[in-house]
Write a protein that binds this ligand. Structure first.
Ligand SMILES: [Mn+2]
Length: 336
């Protein structure tokens, strides 16, 4: 294990650095990765962000985005950078399985691994860990790492601030989740002071939908939403044919589960989607209800208490039936 003094000393000289984040990066994954990237390049480091897969258009505009390498599209270059790295920052994930085949390369690299993350149950692959499950976003932790651990607030420039603001905004559902504390708001205020333009960022992330994405959302809400009043549960089920019909692309299904959770009285919401090779589930819950418990126990997944995910190799119909059959076990918690 490294301590912060040793890590700070390492970072005082230019290093070869790889920054990576989880499969199918979201706003926090890209915001924290590019926020750290824009910080590191000011100090002369050779830094590269490598994502395991592609990511949606509405988070593809942040400063530094043109320099991001997508692993699946640049296998050799990525492998070389990972093997040659002095330091690998692992942001917004805490198990190498979350970065697919890249996990093997990162595991084998002699680089020092720095984990900055807010998910439960971290695996043991890192040399330095900055981890807090109470943080609303990894971007919040990247800010604190730069400002509190490395004492470099003056290097939080407009580019860094724009990326970190985006990470915090998206992971806190626009500053609405319970973990959006006063401290988070103070950090966000600092980021605005440093140049983040909140209005513009909201426009770019949330008002940036394709027409087909909006029509797909309409179809989900009018035709695919099922409300199980007895269990205060709502689910939206989408088949492979639905995805094809609406030309659904990466990121288009993001956040749809939240509409199901927005119905008065609903405590558990599920979005169940048939992908080409598996069925994926996204669960959201209110209050104490442990959505991650269902994902962990029944669907090879996990996550946070109020936001979790899982997968299954069964058919879509079987997964939906299984999900419904699980609900009686949780009825007490669901009807509180
Ligand atoms: Mn996150």
């Amino acid at each position: 294990m490294l301590d912060i003094a040793t890590l700070a000393e390492l970072l005082a000289k230019p290093q070869k650095i790889v920054i990576t984040t989880h499969h199918k990066p979201d706003g926090d994954a890209m915001g924290s990765s590019l926020g750290l990237y824009n910080y590191l390049i000011q100090q002369g480091h050779h830094a590269k962000v490598i994502t395991p897969t592609d990511y949606p258009d509405n988070i593809s505009w942040m400063p530094g985005n043109d320099d991001v390498i997508i692993y699946t599209e640049n296998l050799e270059q990525s492998a070389q950078l990972i093997a040659d790295a002095d330091i690998i920052f692992c942001l917004d994930f805490n198990a190498l399985s979350r970065i697919n085949n890249m996990g093997i390369l990162v595991g084998e690299s002699a680089a020092k691994k720095v984990m900055i993350d807010h998910h439960l149950e971290p695996a043991d692959f890192d040399d330095y860990r900055y981890w807090d499950i109470n943080a609303c976003a990894t971007a919040q932790l990247v800010y604190k790492f730069i400002v509190k651990e490395l004492n470099n607030k003056q290097l939080v420039n407009k580019d860094v601030a724009t990326c970190l603001y985006t990470g915090i905004m998206t992971d806190s559902a626009s500053f609405s989740l319970p973990n959006t504390t006063a401290e988070v708001h103070r950090i966000v205020a600092d980021l605005i002071d440093a140049g983040a333009q909140s209005y513009q960022i909201h426009q770019l992330v949330f008002n940036n939908s394709s027409e087909s994405r909006l029509r797909f959302l309409g179809m989900c809400l009018s035709e695919k939403l099922e409300v199980l009043e007895e269990y205060n549960t709502a689910l939206i089920t989408v088949s492979k044919q639905d995805l094809e019909k609406y030309n659904v692309v990466t990121g288009d299904t993001e956040g749809i589960v939240n509409y199901a959770l927005s119905i008065t009285g609903i405590r558990l919401a599920a979005f169940i989607v048939e992908r080409s090779d598996m069925v994926k589930l996204s669960l959201r819950s209110r209050g104490e209800f442990p959505a991650n418990d269902i994902c962990k126990k029944y669907f090879n997944g996990g996550g946070h208490r109020n936001a979790a995910g899982g997968m299954s190799n069964s058919s879509l119909e079987e997964v939906v039936n299984q999900f419904k059959l699980i609900l009686p076990e949780y009825k007490k918690l669901l009807i509180q």
